[in-house]
Design a protein around this ligand. Structure first.
Ligand SMILES: [Zn+2]
Length: 238
C-alpha cells in the first residue's frame, strides 16, 4: 500500500446529513400509523407495512381496548435473527419488538375449528407478557408452585427431580444465555418445549393459547390449574 492515503471524497457531511434524515413511510402507512395511535395509544415503527399493521391490530383486538390502551409505548420492527418477538418492561419503557420474518412464516397453529397464523400468535404472546407485567401472574407463588418453578444459577447443579430449559435452536443469542436461570419440576406439563424456559414464557404461552382458542394446550393437572388462574384473570380484566 502506498503511504500516501487520499480520501476519494472530501464532503462527507453531504452523506452524513442524508443518513440523519428520518425514514419517511408511504402516505398509506403514515395514515395507518396515525389511526393506530388514536385507537391504541401505541407508537408504531414507521418501517411496518400496512399488511403488517393489520396483523398487529388483529392481535391487539383479542384484548380489551380499555385494558391495553397506552400500556405499550411503542412497537419496534427489527430483525432479531431466530428470535421472533421481545417484550421489554422497565419502569421507563414498555416496548414490544417484532421480527418482520414472522409475517412470512407459513407455519400456523391449527385444530379442527381454529387456524391461527404464526405472526398473530407471536403478537398475542408478546402482549401476554405486557399483561403479566401489569397483573404479575407469573411472578406469584401460586403460579410458580404449579410447575415447581425455582431460580437456579446457570453454573449451579440442578437438584434431583428438576429440569432446566436449554435453547438448542440457532440464531437465538439475542434472547440471552442458552441455559435458563430457572428450573422446573420434572414431569411438569407445558404447552410446548419453549414454554418451559421460565415462568414468564409459561404464562405468556398459556394466555396466548387460551385467548386464541387452544385451551387444550394446557395439559395435565398443572395445565388445569393454570387454566383456572387464567380464567379468573380474564374475568377480572374484562
Ligand atoms: Zn415470550
Amino acid at each position: 500500500m502506498s503511504v500516501i492515503s487520499m480520501n476519494i471524497i472530501t464532503k462527507f457531511h453531504l452523506f452524513e446529513k442524508k443518513e440523519e434524515k428520518e425514514f419517511q413511510p408511504s402516505k398509506e402507512v403514515e395514515k395507518e400509523i396515525l389511526r393506530f395511535k388514536k385507537r391504541w395509544e401505541i407508537e408504531l415503527d414507521p418501517h411496518f407495512t400496512t399488511k403488517e399493521i393489520e396483523v398487529i391490530s388483529e392481535g391487539l383486538e383479542y384484548y380489551n381496548t380499555k385494558f391495553i390502551k397506552s400500556r405499550i409505548d411503542k412497537i419496534i420492527r427489527k430483525d432479531l435473527g431466530g428470535v421472533h418477538g421481545r417484550w421489554k418492561d422497565t419502569p421507563k419503557h414498555k416496548w414490544m419488538t417484532l421480527n418482520p420474518r414472522i409475517f412470512n412464516f407459513k407455519r400456523r397453529w391449527k385444530d379442527e375449528d381454529t387456524d391461527i397464523p404464526y405472526a398473530l400468535f407471536t403478537i398475542v404472546h408478546e402482549i401476554a407478557h405486557c399483561v403479566d407485567h401489569i397483573e404479575k401472574v407469573s411472578f406469584s407463588k401460586k403460579w410458580q408452585a404449579i410447575s415447581g418453578w425455582k431460580k437456579c444459577d446457570i453454573n449451579d447443579k440442578i437438584p434431583d427431580g428438576y429440569k432446566r430449559y436449554i435453547e438448542k435452536r440457532p440464531g437465538r443469542k439475542i434472547a440471552g444465555h442458552k441455559k435458563s436461570s430457572w428450573i422446573y419440576k420434572e414431569g411438569s406439563d407445558f404447552c410446548r418445549k419453549y414454554t418451559s424456559r421460565n415462568p414468564r414464557e409459561d404464562f405468556a404461552d398459556c394466555l396466548a393459547f387460551v385467548i386464541l382458542g387452544f385451551p387444550e394446550k394446557l395439559k395435565g393437572e398443572g395445565g388445569k390449574k393454570k387454566l383456572g388462574i387464567i380464567k379468573d384473570l380474564l374475568k377480572k380484566v374484562d
